[in-house]
Design a protein around this ligand. Structure first.
Ligand code: ZN
Ligand code: ZN
Length: 238
């Protein structure tokens, strides 16, 4: 079966903490240069640049999944991935309704820029997207699944905004089929009793273009389609 390199967690200029050079087209171009085959855009609580990123990635011969990095009510970051734009936008609308009505302070947090695939600025989001939603970590997997997608906790080894830091342990009742760890995650983390046997991937979580690493992890798929990639993750990276 063919093997495809992947990285499924990165941010565009729609994330207030994302670099302004992280335009959808720049990001897709850097992913192609890095030798990645399957990528995903996961801005904080927002999907507004996913269409532009997916179209730009297609021009570079990549498969891009539309996604989001959800901030749960417990301030746990959760990667959510979808088979298509319609599904991602449905999820995006649900999450938007679960954000507090706080405006972004662009001078403090940075701008939230919407772009097309040719890097034309389409506007700015003024609702502050990077804060906590009211979606519980126990609700996230079911909410993503209801929109045809998949959710799993991001960078679980990090000291902040992570499942282990904020909730203390991996609880199978959350329904996550896998975990994401940082690339420099200690190798013995998954020897912990609660994490034994939990499938995991790594991700760059790039907020700047120079944080996209060269291809280093692969999924074996019968075909390079969004559904095949999501099914591989759902099966626990098999
Ligand atoms: Zn995060
Ligand atoms: Zn992130």
């Amino acid at each position: 079966m063919p093997k495809f390199s992947f990285d499924l967690h990165m941010h565009s200029c729609l994330s207030p903490c994302g670099g302004e050079d992280n335009t959808p087209n720049n990001l897709a171009g850097m992913c192609a240069l890095a030798g990645l085959d399957i990528v995903a855009l996961t801005d904080h609580n927002a999907v507004g640049n996913c269409g532009a990123f997916c179209r730009a990635a297609e021009r570079y011969g990549l498969l891009a999944l539309p996604g989001m990095e959800l901030t749960s009510a417990e301030e746990v970051h959760i990667v959510c991935l979808f088979p298509g734009l319609a599904e991602a936008e449905r999820f995006g609308a649900l999450v938007r309704d679960r954000l507090p009505p706080i405006k972004n302070k662009r001078d403090i947090y940075g701008p939230q820029i919407l772009m097309d695939e040719d890097d034309n600025v389409l506007g700015e989001e003024d609702l502050f997207y990077a804060g906590a939603t009211t979606v519980s970590a126990y609700e996230a997997a079911a909410l993503a699944a209801a929109c045809g997608g998949l959710a799993y906790p991001a960078h679980i080894d990090r000291p902040s905004f992570s499942l282990l830091a904020n909730l203390g342990l991996w609880d199978p009742d959350m329904g996550f089929p896998l975990a994401e760890a940082s690339r420099n995650c200690p190798t013995d983390l998954f020897d912990r009793p609660d994490l034994k046997g939990v499938p995991h991937v790594t991700a760059c979580d790039a907020h700047y273009l120079d944080q996209i690493p060269d291809a280093h992890q692969y999924m074996e798929l019968p075909e390079r389609t969004p559904q095949a990639a999501l099914d591989w993750l759902r099966r626990g990276c098999r």
